[in-house]
Ligand binder design. Sequence first.
Ligand code: ADP
Ligand code: MG
Length: 568
Amino acid sequence: TSAAEKRGFQTEVKQLLHLMIHSLYSNREIFLRELVSNASDACDKLRFEALDNAALYESESDLKIRIRFDKPSRTITISDNGIGMNREEAINHLGTIAKSGTKEFFAKLSGDKQKDANLIGQFGVGFYSAFIVADKVTVLTRRAGDAADAGVKWECSMVGDEAGEYSIEPYTKALRGTDIILHLRESEEDLLSGWKLRSIIRRYSDHIVQPILMQKEEWNQEKAENVISDEEETVNQANALWTRSKNDISDDDYKAFYKHVSHDFEDPIAWSHARVEGRHEYTQLLYVPKRAPFDLWDRTPRHGLKLYVRRVFIMDDAEKLLPHYLRFVRGVVDSADLPLNVSREILQESKDVDTIRAGCAKRVLGLLEDMAENRKEDYAGFWTEFGRVLKEGLGEDQANKDKLAGLMRFASTQLDSAEESVSLKDYIGRMKEGQDKIYYVTADSFNAAKNSPHLEVFRKKGIEVLLLSDRIDEWAISYLSEFEGKQIVSVAKGDLDLGQLEDEEEKKKVAEQAEAFKPLLEKVKGSLGERVKEVRVTHRLTDSPACLVVDENEMGANLARLLKSAGQ
Ligand code: ADP
Ligand code: MG
Protein backbone atom coordinates (compact mmCIF):
# COMPACT_ATOMS: atom_id res chain seq x y z
CA THR A 1 0.00 0.00 0.00
CA SER A 2 1.05 3.57 -0.49
CA ALA A 3 2.51 5.50 2.39
CA ALA A 4 0.07 6.51 5.03
CA GLU A 5 0.08 10.19 5.83
CA LYS A 6 0.15 11.13 9.50
CA ARG A 7 -1.86 14.12 10.56
CA GLY A 8 -2.39 15.81 13.89
CA PHE A 9 -5.74 16.21 15.51
CA GLN A 10 -7.12 19.62 16.24
CA THR A 11 -6.32 20.41 19.88
CA GLU A 12 -9.98 20.29 20.83
CA VAL A 13 -10.28 16.78 19.45
CA LYS A 14 -7.46 15.63 21.68
CA GLN A 15 -9.15 17.18 24.67
CA LEU A 16 -12.46 15.69 23.72
CA LEU A 17 -11.04 12.21 23.27
CA HIS A 18 -9.40 12.35 26.64
CA LEU A 19 -12.59 13.51 28.31
CA MET A 20 -14.72 11.01 26.51
CA ILE A 21 -12.79 8.07 27.77
CA HIS A 22 -12.57 9.30 31.32
CA SER A 23 -15.99 10.82 31.79
CA LEU A 24 -18.38 8.76 29.78
CA TYR A 25 -17.25 5.36 30.73
CA SER A 26 -20.28 4.61 32.88
CA ASN A 27 -22.40 5.19 29.81
CA ARG A 28 -20.25 3.26 27.39
CA GLU A 29 -23.13 1.64 25.45
CA ILE A 30 -23.95 4.91 23.76
CA PHE A 31 -21.05 4.36 21.37
CA LEU A 32 -23.26 2.04 19.36
CA ARG A 33 -26.17 4.45 19.31
CA GLU A 34 -23.88 7.20 18.00
CA LEU A 35 -22.27 5.07 15.31
CA VAL A 36 -25.58 3.58 14.17
CA SER A 37 -27.03 7.06 14.14
CA ASN A 38 -24.19 8.26 11.91
CA ALA A 39 -24.68 5.29 9.63
CA SER A 40 -28.36 6.08 9.40
CA ASP A 41 -27.63 9.75 8.71
CA ALA A 42 -25.24 8.69 5.96
CA CYS A 43 -28.04 6.61 4.40
CA ASP A 44 -30.44 9.53 4.69
CA LYS A 45 -27.91 11.81 3.02
CA LEU A 46 -27.43 9.38 0.17
CA ARG A 47 -31.16 9.06 -0.30
CA PHE A 48 -31.43 12.81 -0.37
CA GLU A 49 -28.60 13.34 -2.86
CA ALA A 50 -29.84 10.50 -5.03
CA LEU A 51 -33.09 12.36 -5.55
CA ASP A 52 -31.18 14.43 -8.08
CA ASN A 53 -28.67 11.81 -9.10
CA ALA A 54 -29.88 8.22 -9.09
CA ALA A 55 -26.45 7.04 -10.29
CA LEU A 56 -25.21 7.46 -6.72
CA TYR A 57 -27.00 4.25 -5.85
CA GLU A 58 -24.56 2.41 -8.12
CA SER A 59 -26.17 -1.03 -8.27
CA GLU A 60 -27.46 -1.10 -4.72
CA SER A 61 -30.42 1.02 -3.68
CA ASP A 62 -31.34 -0.94 -0.54
CA LEU A 63 -29.87 1.10 2.25
CA LYS A 64 -28.77 -0.87 5.25
CA ILE A 65 -26.60 -0.99 8.30
CA ARG A 66 -24.61 -4.05 9.23
CA ILE A 67 -23.05 -4.91 12.55
CA ARG A 68 -20.56 -7.74 12.93
CA PHE A 69 -18.17 -8.82 15.62
CA ASP A 70 -15.14 -11.03 15.56
CA LYS A 71 -13.85 -12.60 18.73
CA PRO A 72 -10.33 -13.59 17.58
CA SER A 73 -9.47 -10.10 16.37
CA ARG A 74 -11.56 -8.44 19.13
CA THR A 75 -13.35 -6.15 16.68
CA ILE A 76 -16.83 -4.79 16.15
CA THR A 77 -17.59 -3.43 12.70
CA ILE A 78 -20.42 -1.06 11.90
CA SER A 79 -20.99 -0.76 8.16
CA ASP A 80 -23.38 1.25 6.08
CA ASN A 81 -23.91 1.70 2.37
CA GLY A 82 -24.74 5.36 2.74
CA ILE A 83 -23.06 8.41 1.31
CA GLY A 84 -19.49 7.64 2.49
CA MET A 85 -16.64 10.16 2.67
CA ASN A 86 -13.87 11.22 0.37
CA ARG A 87 -10.42 12.08 1.67
CA GLU A 88 -11.17 15.71 2.33
CA GLU A 89 -14.39 14.91 4.11
CA ALA A 90 -12.72 12.28 6.28
CA ILE A 91 -10.07 14.82 7.32
CA ASN A 92 -12.61 17.51 8.02
CA HIS A 93 -15.22 15.41 9.73
CA LEU A 94 -13.12 12.98 11.67
CA GLY A 95 -10.11 15.13 12.53
CA THR A 96 -11.75 18.35 13.64
CA ILE A 97 -14.82 19.42 15.49
CA ALA A 98 -16.84 21.60 13.23
CA LYS A 99 -19.85 21.99 15.45
CA SER A 100 -20.95 25.39 16.52
CA GLY A 101 -20.88 25.89 20.23
CA THR A 102 -17.57 24.06 20.53
CA LYS A 103 -15.81 27.12 21.88
CA GLU A 104 -18.36 27.63 24.64
CA PHE A 105 -18.16 23.97 25.40
CA PHE A 106 -14.45 24.03 25.97
CA ALA A 107 -14.68 27.25 27.91
CA LYS A 108 -17.07 25.57 30.32
CA LEU A 109 -14.91 22.57 31.08
CA SER A 110 -13.97 22.55 34.72
CA GLY A 111 -11.69 19.57 35.12
CA ASP A 112 -14.22 18.05 37.51
CA LYS A 113 -14.99 14.63 36.06
CA GLN A 114 -18.61 14.50 37.04
CA LYS A 115 -19.45 18.00 35.87
CA ASP A 116 -17.58 17.53 32.63
CA ALA A 117 -19.36 14.26 31.99
CA ASN A 118 -22.68 16.09 32.18
CA LEU A 119 -21.38 18.76 29.90
CA ILE A 120 -20.11 16.34 27.36
CA GLY A 121 -23.47 14.58 27.43
CA GLN A 122 -25.12 17.87 26.59
CA PHE A 123 -22.63 18.64 23.90
CA GLY A 124 -23.05 15.33 22.21
CA VAL A 125 -20.43 12.74 21.65
CA GLY A 126 -20.76 11.51 18.12
CA PHE A 127 -18.07 9.63 16.28
CA TYR A 128 -15.43 9.99 18.98
CA SER A 129 -17.53 7.94 21.39
CA ALA A 130 -16.01 4.96 19.58
CA PHE A 131 -12.95 5.53 21.73
CA ILE A 132 -14.87 4.83 24.91
CA VAL A 133 -14.67 1.15 24.10
CA ALA A 134 -11.91 0.99 21.46
CA ASP A 135 -8.25 1.89 21.62
CA LYS A 136 -7.92 1.80 17.86
CA VAL A 137 -10.50 2.80 15.29
CA THR A 138 -10.22 2.13 11.57
CA VAL A 139 -12.54 3.83 9.13
CA LEU A 140 -12.81 2.46 5.59
CA THR A 141 -14.94 4.67 3.44
CA ARG A 142 -15.75 5.60 -0.12
CA ARG A 143 -18.06 8.29 -1.26
CA ALA A 144 -21.03 7.25 -3.38
CA GLY A 145 -20.34 7.88 -7.04
CA ASP A 146 -16.52 7.90 -6.69
CA ALA A 147 -14.34 5.22 -8.27
CA ALA A 148 -13.61 2.12 -6.21
CA ASP A 149 -9.96 3.12 -5.71
CA ALA A 150 -10.90 6.60 -4.50
CA GLY A 151 -11.65 5.19 -1.08
CA VAL A 152 -9.93 6.21 2.14
CA LYS A 153 -8.51 4.38 5.11
CA TRP A 154 -8.47 6.52 8.24
CA GLU A 155 -6.97 5.12 11.39
CA CYS A 156 -6.30 6.32 14.86
CA SER A 157 -4.65 4.32 17.56
CA MET A 158 -4.29 5.36 21.14
CA VAL A 159 -1.11 4.69 23.02
CA GLY A 160 -2.41 4.42 26.53
CA ASP A 161 -5.11 7.05 26.44
CA GLU A 162 -3.13 9.50 24.36
CA ALA A 163 -3.93 10.08 20.73
CA GLY A 164 -2.25 12.99 19.06
CA GLU A 165 -2.60 11.97 15.47
CA TYR A 166 -4.31 9.77 12.96
CA SER A 167 -3.24 8.34 9.64
CA ILE A 168 -4.97 8.57 6.30
CA GLU A 169 -4.22 6.71 3.07
CA PRO A 170 -5.91 5.69 -0.17
CA TYR A 171 -7.96 2.55 -0.06
CA THR A 172 -9.82 0.51 -2.63
CA LYS A 173 -13.35 -0.18 -1.58
CA ALA A 174 -15.72 -1.98 -3.94
CA LEU A 175 -18.85 -1.07 -2.02
CA ARG A 176 -19.68 2.54 -1.36
CA GLY A 177 -20.26 3.71 2.18
CA THR A 178 -18.40 3.36 5.45
CA ASP A 179 -17.05 0.61 7.69
CA ILE A 180 -16.11 1.63 11.19
CA ILE A 181 -13.90 -1.01 12.79
CA LEU A 182 -13.54 -0.82 16.55
CA HIS A 183 -10.57 -2.63 18.04
CA LEU A 184 -11.86 -3.13 21.54
CA ARG A 185 -9.94 -2.37 24.67
CA GLU A 186 -9.16 -5.48 26.64
CA SER A 187 -11.75 -4.69 29.28
CA GLU A 188 -14.56 -4.45 26.71
CA GLU A 189 -14.60 -8.02 25.51
CA ASP A 190 -18.10 -8.64 26.85
CA LEU A 191 -19.33 -6.60 23.89
CA LEU A 192 -18.23 -9.39 21.57
CA SER A 193 -21.60 -11.06 21.94
CA GLY A 194 -24.52 -11.22 19.56
CA TRP A 195 -26.91 -11.13 22.47
CA LYS A 196 -25.31 -8.09 24.07
CA LEU A 197 -25.12 -6.12 20.82
CA ARG A 198 -28.70 -6.98 19.91
CA SER A 199 -29.94 -5.80 23.27
CA ILE A 200 -28.14 -2.47 22.92
CA ILE A 201 -29.53 -2.04 19.43
CA ARG A 202 -33.08 -2.78 20.53
CA ARG A 203 -32.74 -0.37 23.35
CA TYR A 204 -31.38 2.57 21.45
CA SER A 205 -31.81 2.02 17.77
CA ASP A 206 -34.93 -0.08 17.35
CA HIS A 207 -36.70 2.51 15.24
CA ILE A 208 -33.85 3.42 12.98
CA VAL A 209 -35.55 3.23 9.60
CA GLN A 210 -32.85 1.28 7.86
CA PRO A 211 -32.62 -2.39 8.73
CA ILE A 212 -29.75 -3.19 11.06
CA LEU A 213 -28.46 -6.60 10.02
CA MET A 214 -26.55 -9.09 12.09
CA GLN A 215 -25.50 -12.62 11.36
CA LYS A 216 -27.74 -15.33 12.71
CA GLU A 217 -26.38 -17.52 15.44
CA GLU A 218 -27.18 -21.15 15.96
CA TRP A 219 -26.47 -23.37 18.89
CA ASN A 220 -23.98 -26.07 18.04
CA GLN A 221 -24.38 -29.07 20.27
CA GLU A 222 -20.96 -30.55 19.54
CA LYS A 223 -19.03 -27.38 20.14
CA ALA A 224 -21.42 -26.42 22.93
CA GLU A 225 -21.47 -22.82 21.73
CA ASN A 226 -23.26 -20.46 19.39
CA VAL A 227 -22.00 -20.66 15.86
CA ILE A 228 -22.32 -17.65 13.63
CA SER A 229 -23.94 -18.39 10.30
CA ASP A 230 -23.64 -16.58 7.00
CA GLU A 231 -27.31 -15.85 7.01
CA GLU A 232 -28.31 -12.40 8.18
CA GLU A 233 -31.33 -11.13 10.05
CA THR A 234 -32.74 -7.72 10.82
CA VAL A 235 -32.46 -7.04 14.51
CA ASN A 236 -34.34 -3.74 14.76
CA GLN A 237 -37.93 -3.06 13.80
CA ALA A 238 -36.55 -1.09 10.90
CA ASN A 239 -39.51 1.10 10.46
CA ALA A 240 -40.42 4.14 12.42
CA LEU A 241 -44.17 3.67 12.50
CA TRP A 242 -44.87 7.32 13.20
CA THR A 243 -43.07 8.43 10.08
CA ARG A 244 -45.37 6.40 7.87
CA SER A 245 -48.41 7.95 6.32
CA LYS A 246 -51.55 7.51 8.39
CA ASN A 247 -53.26 5.79 5.49
CA ASP A 248 -50.67 3.04 5.54
CA ILE A 249 -51.11 2.28 9.22
CA SER A 250 -53.89 0.02 10.43
CA ASP A 251 -55.51 0.26 13.84
CA ASP A 252 -53.78 -2.98 14.72
CA ASP A 253 -50.41 -1.47 13.80
CA TYR A 254 -51.14 1.47 16.06
CA LYS A 255 -52.18 -0.81 18.89
CA ALA A 256 -49.14 -3.05 18.55
CA PHE A 257 -46.84 -0.06 18.58
CA TYR A 258 -48.62 1.29 21.64
CA LYS A 259 -47.94 -1.91 23.52
CA HIS A 260 -44.32 -1.71 22.51
CA VAL A 261 -43.79 1.88 23.69
CA SER A 262 -45.96 1.70 26.79
CA HIS A 263 -45.27 -1.85 27.99
CA ASP A 264 -49.03 -2.03 28.48
CA PHE A 265 -50.80 -5.24 27.60
CA GLU A 266 -54.16 -3.61 26.94
CA ASP A 267 -55.19 -1.59 23.92
CA PRO A 268 -55.15 2.18 24.20
CA ILE A 269 -58.47 3.98 24.48
CA ALA A 270 -57.54 6.69 21.96
CA TRP A 271 -54.61 7.99 19.97
CA SER A 272 -53.61 10.83 17.76
CA HIS A 273 -50.95 10.82 15.09
CA ALA A 274 -49.98 14.07 13.46
CA ARG A 275 -47.17 15.81 11.75
CA VAL A 276 -46.87 19.38 12.91
CA GLU A 277 -45.35 21.87 10.55
CA GLY A 278 -44.50 25.47 11.04
CA ARG A 279 -41.78 27.10 13.05
CA HIS A 280 -40.85 23.78 14.59
CA GLU A 281 -41.42 20.61 12.74
CA TYR A 282 -42.23 17.45 14.63
CA THR A 283 -44.33 14.35 14.52
CA GLN A 284 -46.42 13.31 17.46
CA LEU A 285 -47.98 9.95 18.12
CA LEU A 286 -49.83 10.20 21.41
CA TYR A 287 -51.82 7.50 23.16
CA VAL A 288 -54.31 7.58 26.01
CA PRO A 289 -54.14 4.28 27.93
CA LYS A 290 -57.26 2.50 29.04
CA ARG A 291 -56.08 2.12 32.61
CA ALA A 292 -54.08 4.29 34.95
CA PRO A 293 -50.48 3.12 35.35
CA PHE A 294 -49.55 1.95 38.82
CA ASP A 295 -47.21 4.83 39.44
CA LEU A 296 -49.59 7.63 38.43
CA TRP A 297 -49.53 9.04 41.96
CA ASP A 298 -45.90 8.36 42.77
CA ARG A 299 -43.73 11.30 43.52
CA THR A 300 -41.69 10.59 40.40
CA PRO A 301 -43.95 8.78 37.96
CA ARG A 302 -42.67 7.54 34.64
CA HIS A 303 -43.55 9.93 31.88
CA GLY A 304 -44.72 8.27 28.82
CA LEU A 305 -43.24 10.19 25.96
CA LYS A 306 -40.18 9.04 24.14
CA LEU A 307 -38.23 11.72 22.39
CA TYR A 308 -36.67 11.10 19.01
CA VAL A 309 -34.76 13.48 16.86
CA ARG A 310 -35.05 12.59 13.21
CA ARG A 311 -35.94 8.99 14.13
CA VAL A 312 -32.98 8.58 16.42
CA PHE A 313 -34.00 7.68 19.92
CA ILE A 314 -32.91 10.31 22.41
CA MET A 315 -34.62 9.56 25.68
CA ASP A 316 -37.46 7.90 27.51
CA ASP A 317 -39.63 9.68 30.03
CA ALA A 318 -39.16 13.09 28.50
CA GLU A 319 -41.24 14.85 31.13
CA LYS A 320 -40.79 18.25 29.52
CA LEU A 321 -42.80 17.26 26.47
CA LEU A 322 -46.13 17.31 28.30
CA PRO A 323 -47.54 19.20 31.25
CA HIS A 324 -47.43 17.17 34.46
CA TYR A 325 -51.19 16.60 34.57
CA LEU A 326 -51.00 14.71 31.27
CA ARG A 327 -48.34 12.34 32.58
CA PHE A 328 -50.49 9.31 31.74
CA VAL A 329 -50.14 9.91 28.00
CA ARG A 330 -47.78 7.54 26.18
CA GLY A 331 -46.12 7.75 22.81
CA VAL A 332 -43.46 9.39 20.71
CA VAL A 333 -42.42 12.85 19.70
CA ASP A 334 -39.97 13.02 16.83
CA SER A 335 -38.48 16.45 16.35
CA ALA A 336 -36.91 17.59 13.12
CA ASP A 337 -35.28 20.60 14.73
CA LEU A 338 -33.75 19.67 18.07
CA PRO A 339 -30.05 18.74 18.07
CA LEU A 340 -29.31 15.03 18.31
CA ASN A 341 -27.26 15.61 21.39
CA VAL A 342 -30.11 17.23 23.28
CA SER A 343 -30.07 16.36 26.97
CA ARG A 344 -32.58 16.75 29.78
CA GLU A 345 -30.78 19.88 30.89
CA ILE A 346 -31.10 21.40 27.45
CA LEU A 347 -34.76 20.39 27.24
CA GLN A 348 -35.39 22.33 30.44
CA GLU A 349 -34.46 25.55 28.75
CA SER A 350 -35.37 24.98 25.14
CA LYS A 351 -37.98 27.23 23.59
CA ASP A 352 -38.52 24.61 20.91
CA VAL A 353 -39.57 22.22 23.62
CA ASP A 354 -42.06 24.73 25.02
CA THR A 355 -43.67 24.86 21.61
CA ILE A 356 -43.76 21.08 21.38
CA ARG A 357 -45.24 20.79 24.85
CA ALA A 358 -47.99 23.28 24.09
CA GLY A 359 -48.70 21.43 20.85
CA CYS A 360 -48.88 18.05 22.56
CA ALA A 361 -51.14 19.33 25.34
CA LYS A 362 -53.49 20.83 22.80
CA ARG A 363 -53.51 17.64 20.80
CA VAL A 364 -54.33 15.47 23.82
CA LEU A 365 -57.10 17.81 24.98
CA GLY A 366 -58.55 17.78 21.47
CA LEU A 367 -58.48 14.01 21.52
CA LEU A 368 -60.30 13.99 24.86
CA GLU A 369 -62.86 16.53 23.67
CA ASP A 370 -63.58 14.36 20.71
CA MET A 371 -64.01 11.33 22.93
CA ALA A 372 -66.25 13.24 25.35
CA GLU A 373 -68.40 14.36 22.45
CA ASN A 374 -68.61 11.24 20.36
CA ARG A 375 -67.77 8.29 22.59
CA LYS A 376 -69.45 9.14 25.85
CA GLU A 377 -69.08 5.72 27.40
CA ASP A 378 -65.37 5.60 26.68
CA TYR A 379 -65.02 9.07 28.08
CA ALA A 380 -66.79 8.03 31.27
CA GLY A 381 -64.28 5.18 31.56
CA PHE A 382 -61.43 7.59 30.94
CA TRP A 383 -62.79 9.96 33.56
CA THR A 384 -62.94 7.21 36.18
CA GLU A 385 -59.28 6.38 35.58
CA PHE A 386 -57.79 9.80 34.98
CA GLY A 387 -60.33 12.43 36.05
CA ARG A 388 -58.44 13.26 39.21
CA VAL A 389 -55.22 13.87 37.32
CA LEU A 390 -56.97 16.01 34.75
CA LYS A 391 -58.34 18.21 37.54
CA GLU A 392 -54.75 19.16 38.38
CA GLY A 393 -54.70 20.83 35.00
CA LEU A 394 -57.05 23.57 36.16
CA GLY A 395 -54.30 24.85 38.39
CA GLU A 396 -51.40 23.93 36.18
CA ASP A 397 -52.43 24.91 32.68
CA GLN A 398 -53.93 28.37 32.52
CA ALA A 399 -53.72 28.48 28.75
CA ASN A 400 -56.09 25.55 28.38
CA LYS A 401 -58.38 26.34 31.26
CA ASP A 402 -61.53 26.63 29.16
CA LYS A 403 -60.92 23.34 27.37
CA LEU A 404 -60.18 21.65 30.68
CA ALA A 405 -63.29 23.12 32.30
CA GLY A 406 -65.32 21.62 29.48
CA LEU A 407 -63.76 18.23 30.11
CA MET A 408 -64.51 18.20 33.83
CA ARG A 409 -67.20 15.88 35.16
CA PHE A 410 -68.95 16.28 38.50
CA ALA A 411 -71.45 14.63 40.76
CA SER A 412 -74.50 16.82 41.33
CA THR A 413 -77.84 17.01 43.06
CA GLN A 414 -79.42 16.16 39.72
CA LEU A 415 -78.66 12.45 40.12
CA ASP A 416 -77.59 12.57 43.75
CA SER A 417 -75.14 9.82 42.87
CA ALA A 418 -71.42 9.83 43.61
CA GLU A 419 -70.59 9.12 40.00
CA GLU A 420 -68.96 12.10 38.33
CA SER A 421 -70.91 12.44 35.12
CA VAL A 422 -72.22 16.00 34.90
CA SER A 423 -70.40 18.47 32.67
CA LEU A 424 -70.65 22.21 33.12
CA LYS A 425 -72.45 22.32 29.80
CA ASP A 426 -75.06 19.83 31.04
CA TYR A 427 -75.47 21.95 34.12
CA ILE A 428 -75.95 25.17 32.20
CA GLY A 429 -78.50 23.43 30.00
CA ARG A 430 -80.57 22.68 33.10
CA MET A 431 -80.30 26.06 34.78
CA LYS A 432 -83.52 27.53 36.17
CA GLU A 433 -85.01 30.60 34.67
CA GLY A 434 -83.31 33.60 36.22
CA GLN A 435 -80.34 31.53 37.44
CA ASP A 436 -77.07 33.12 36.39
CA LYS A 437 -74.52 31.19 38.43
CA ILE A 438 -73.18 27.69 38.73
CA TYR A 439 -73.37 26.47 42.31
CA TYR A 440 -71.24 23.90 44.07
CA VAL A 441 -70.70 22.58 47.55
CA THR A 442 -67.49 20.99 48.83
CA ALA A 443 -67.16 18.45 51.61
CA ASP A 444 -64.99 15.63 52.89
CA SER A 445 -67.12 12.88 51.50
CA PHE A 446 -69.86 12.49 48.97
CA ASN A 447 -72.41 11.88 51.72
CA ALA A 448 -71.37 14.97 53.61
CA ALA A 449 -71.68 17.00 50.42
CA LYS A 450 -75.03 15.52 49.56
CA ASN A 451 -76.43 16.17 53.02
CA SER A 452 -74.90 19.57 53.48
CA PRO A 453 -77.32 21.99 55.17
CA HIS A 454 -76.17 24.59 52.65
CA LEU A 455 -78.17 22.76 50.02
CA GLU A 456 -81.55 23.09 51.67
CA VAL A 457 -82.71 26.21 49.92
CA PHE A 458 -81.39 24.92 46.57
CA ARG A 459 -83.23 21.68 46.90
CA LYS A 460 -86.36 23.55 47.81
CA LYS A 461 -86.09 25.72 44.74
CA GLY A 462 -84.99 22.83 42.52
CA ILE A 463 -81.64 24.40 41.68
CA GLU A 464 -78.91 21.93 40.77
CA VAL A 465 -75.70 22.03 42.83
CA LEU A 466 -72.41 20.30 42.00
CA LEU A 467 -71.31 18.00 44.80
CA LEU A 468 -67.53 18.12 45.18
CA SER A 469 -65.98 15.68 47.59
CA ASP A 470 -62.65 14.68 46.05
CA ARG A 471 -59.61 15.84 48.01
CA ILE A 472 -58.40 17.89 45.09
CA ASP A 473 -61.80 19.43 44.19
CA GLU A 474 -61.77 22.52 46.30
CA TRP A 475 -58.26 23.38 45.22
CA ALA A 476 -59.08 22.71 41.56
CA ILE A 477 -62.35 24.64 41.52
CA SER A 478 -60.64 27.62 43.10
CA TYR A 479 -58.95 28.15 39.72
CA LEU A 480 -62.24 28.12 37.93
CA SER A 481 -64.25 31.25 38.55
CA GLU A 482 -66.50 31.01 35.53
CA PHE A 483 -67.54 28.91 32.58
CA GLU A 484 -69.17 30.26 29.43
CA GLY A 485 -69.85 33.54 31.14
CA LYS A 486 -71.44 31.97 34.22
CA GLN A 487 -69.83 32.56 37.57
CA ILE A 488 -69.00 29.44 39.52
CA VAL A 489 -69.70 29.95 43.22
CA SER A 490 -69.73 27.97 46.43
CA VAL A 491 -73.04 27.74 48.22
CA ALA A 492 -71.11 27.91 51.47
CA LYS A 493 -69.38 31.19 50.91
CA GLY A 494 -70.41 34.64 52.04
CA ASP A 495 -73.83 36.15 51.92
CA LEU A 496 -75.58 33.90 49.47
CA ASP A 497 -77.16 36.03 46.81
CA LEU A 498 -79.56 34.07 44.71
CA GLY A 499 -80.15 37.09 42.51
CA GLN A 500 -83.28 36.85 40.46
CA LEU A 501 -84.02 33.45 41.94
CA GLU A 502 -84.97 35.16 45.13
CA ASP A 503 -88.48 36.44 45.38
CA GLU A 504 -89.00 39.89 46.74
CA GLU A 505 -91.28 38.73 49.47
CA GLU A 506 -88.70 36.35 50.83
CA LYS A 507 -86.09 39.08 50.85
CA LYS A 508 -88.36 41.33 52.80
CA LYS A 509 -89.10 38.59 55.27
CA VAL A 510 -85.42 38.00 55.90
CA ALA A 511 -84.81 41.69 56.47
CA GLU A 512 -87.68 41.88 58.91
CA GLN A 513 -86.48 38.82 60.73
CA ALA A 514 -82.93 40.16 60.91
CA GLU A 515 -84.34 43.19 62.60
CA ALA A 516 -86.53 41.18 64.96
CA PHE A 517 -83.76 38.78 65.92
CA LYS A 518 -81.12 41.44 66.42
CA PRO A 519 -80.92 40.94 70.19
CA LEU A 520 -80.60 37.17 69.76
CA LEU A 521 -77.94 37.51 67.08
CA GLU A 522 -75.93 39.82 69.31
CA LYS A 523 -76.22 37.42 72.17
CA VAL A 524 -74.97 34.51 70.03
CA LYS A 525 -72.15 36.60 68.66
CA GLY A 526 -71.26 37.63 72.19
CA SER A 527 -71.02 34.08 73.45
CA LEU A 528 -69.10 32.76 70.40
CA GLY A 529 -66.78 35.75 70.60
CA GLU A 530 -63.60 35.55 68.49
CA ARG A 531 -64.60 32.30 66.88
CA VAL A 532 -66.99 33.92 64.43
CA LYS A 533 -66.85 37.07 62.41
CA GLU A 534 -70.53 37.59 62.07
CA VAL A 535 -73.86 35.98 62.94
CA ARG A 536 -76.79 36.55 60.62
CA VAL A 537 -80.27 35.45 59.74
CA THR A 538 -80.44 33.31 56.64
CA HIS A 539 -82.95 31.92 54.23
CA ARG A 540 -80.51 29.23 53.13
CA LEU A 541 -81.82 26.76 55.62
CA THR A 542 -85.15 25.10 55.59
CA ASP A 543 -84.71 22.29 58.10
CA SER A 544 -81.46 22.90 59.95
CA PRO A 545 -81.35 25.61 62.61
CA ALA A 546 -77.87 26.94 61.81
CA CYS A 547 -74.85 26.48 59.58
CA LEU A 548 -71.31 27.77 59.21
CA VAL A 549 -70.35 29.79 56.18
CA VAL A 550 -67.01 31.12 55.04
CA ASP A 551 -66.35 34.68 54.08
CA GLU A 552 -66.50 35.38 50.34
CA ASN A 553 -62.76 35.83 49.97
CA GLU A 554 -61.56 33.20 52.33
CA MET A 555 -60.31 29.73 51.81
CA GLY A 556 -62.98 27.06 51.83
CA ALA A 557 -63.26 25.07 55.03
CA ASN A 558 -62.26 21.89 53.28
CA LEU A 559 -59.18 23.36 51.67
CA ALA A 560 -58.19 24.85 55.01
CA ARG A 561 -58.45 21.38 56.55
CA LEU A 562 -56.48 19.87 53.69
CA LEU A 563 -53.63 22.34 54.05
CA LYS A 564 -53.63 21.85 57.79
CA SER A 565 -53.33 18.09 57.39
CA ALA A 566 -50.47 18.66 54.94
CA GLY A 567 -48.73 20.59 57.71
CA GLN A 568 -49.14 24.08 56.27
P1 ADP B 1 -22.71 14.53 13.93
O1 ADP B 1 -23.28 13.19 13.58
O2 ADP B 1 -23.48 15.21 15.00
O3 ADP B 1 -22.48 15.41 12.74
P2 ADP B 1 -20.45 12.94 14.60
O4 ADP B 1 -19.25 13.17 15.47
O5 ADP B 1 -21.31 11.81 14.98
O6 ADP B 1 -21.27 14.28 14.57
O7 ADP B 1 -19.97 12.73 13.13
C1 ADP B 1 -19.14 13.70 12.52
C2 ADP B 1 -19.27 13.68 11.02
O8 ADP B 1 -18.56 12.58 10.47
C3 ADP B 1 -20.67 13.54 10.50
O9 ADP B 1 -21.33 14.78 10.43
C4 ADP B 1 -20.42 12.98 9.10
O10 ADP B 1 -20.12 14.02 8.19
C5 ADP B 1 -19.17 12.15 9.29
N1 ADP B 1 -19.52 10.73 9.46
C6 ADP B 1 -19.52 10.03 10.60
N2 ADP B 1 -19.90 8.75 10.39
C7 ADP B 1 -20.19 8.65 9.08
C8 ADP B 1 -20.64 7.59 8.21
N3 ADP B 1 -20.91 6.36 8.69
N4 ADP B 1 -20.79 7.86 6.91
C9 ADP B 1 -20.54 9.09 6.41
N5 ADP B 1 -20.11 10.13 7.16
C10 ADP B 1 -19.94 9.92 8.48
MG1 MG C 1 -23.44 11.64 14.86
